[in-house]
Design a protein around this ligand. Structure first.
Ligand SMILES: Nc1nc2c(ncn2[C@@H]2O[C@H](COP(=O)(O)OP(=O)(O)O)[C@@H](O)[C@H]2O)c(=O)[nH]1
Ligand SMILES: [Mg+2]
Length: 283
């Protein structure tokens, strides 16, 4: 029908509900493929774990303890880690990419340095975020802000438990409800094994079994899927708004072209065949 609409736009071929349903089905298949991309990305690049916190809480010490070598510079001078330091390490068969970041300033002043900007970006993009708190110094408002901001990807790491405590978990109050919390000493190594185990488990939980569905591993393919999905959604919208078949068909064609990026086919017929066989749209 769509092809007829493409070839003979003036004859006003009516598009039926079943065609819209098919397009909807293809959109859902595309979404399924898109979901595999994220998991594929985790396999290739590792699970990114941002280590964030105020200056001097022990982020770099924790980073070093987790990756098992002295990759980041540790000093008692706040503000040493200007840039983001990364290291990959396999734990329990899972590849992790730990990122040590600059400490967020307590004041949160306007003139945030480049290091803090990068730290913020890491915190936003990390698959997991370790918010490090120093138990030996009084809790700061900035600590609470970080725990509150970190969302569901956050893990609270209370560090320096080898020193006398200056506050207790209850002082964190409601902000830490629902945040997994670990008590460690990055310096002595206490609690690190439990933390590592928990990280591995968290990644495992997020993983779903995907059956027969192929993994999308290429960013270009992923972008093509986004393009195809957008075009199909546009075509559905055009159909819902009662626009003529021509418009609907133009968007479906756009989607096919986007998917052609994946199949590598370039001529429309080839693309149609490839897509119809691959995505079972049927003709
Ligand atoms: N006692 C003790 N000191 C620690 C611990 N972790 C870090 N430190 C010290 O805290 C200071 C700041 O550590 P660093 O890792 O550079 O903190 P960052 O600024 O958050 O990266 C250093 O003097 C560390 O030796 C810990 O678990 N126990
Ligand atoms: Mg540091």
């Amino acid at each position: 029908e769509l092809e007829a609409a493409i070839d003979f736009p003036d004859e006003g071929v009516e598009l039926g509900n079943h065609l819209a349903e098919r397009v909807d089905g293809v959109v859902r298949e595309i979404e399924g493929l898109m979901a595999t991309y994220r998991e594929g990305k985790l396999c290739r690049e590792g699970v990114s774990v941002a280590i964030v916190g105020l200056p001097n809480v022990g982020k770099s010490s924790l980073f070093n303890a987790l990756v098992g070598e002295d990759r980041a510079i540790v000093t008692s001078q706040p503000g040493t880690t200007r840039d983001v330091v990364e290291a990959q390490v396999a734990l329990g068969g899972v590849l992790f990419r730990f990122m040590d970041t600059a400490g967020f300033r307590e004041s949160g002043d306007e003139a945030e340095g480049e290091g803090v900007k990068r730290a913020r970006k890491c915190m936003e993009e990390g698959d997991l975020v370790l918010v490090v708190l120093d138990r030996s110094c009084p809790l700061q408002e900035g600590d609470r802000v970080l725990v509150r901001e970190v969302s569901g990807r956050g893990v609270v790491v209370v560090n320096k438990i080898d020193l006398p405590g200056a506050w207790s978990p209850e002082d964190l109050g409601r902000v830490m409800v629902g945040r997994p919390t670990f008590h460690v000493s990055a310096k002595r190594g206490d609690g690190l094994e439990s933390l590592k185990k928990a990280l591995i488990e968290m990644v495992g939980r997020g993983r779903k079994s995907e059956g027969e569905i192929p993994l999308v591993t290429n960013v270009r393919h992923y972008q093509a899927l986004i393009g195809a999905k957008d075009a199909l959604l546009r075509s559905l919208k055009a159909w819902q708004e009662g626009l003529s078949a021509e418009f609907v068909a133009a968007d479906v064609k756009g989607a096919l072209e986007a998917l052609g990026e994946i199949t590598g086919e370039t001529t429309p017929e080839d693309v149609l065949d490839a897509i119809f066989s691959r995505f079972c749209i049927g003709k």
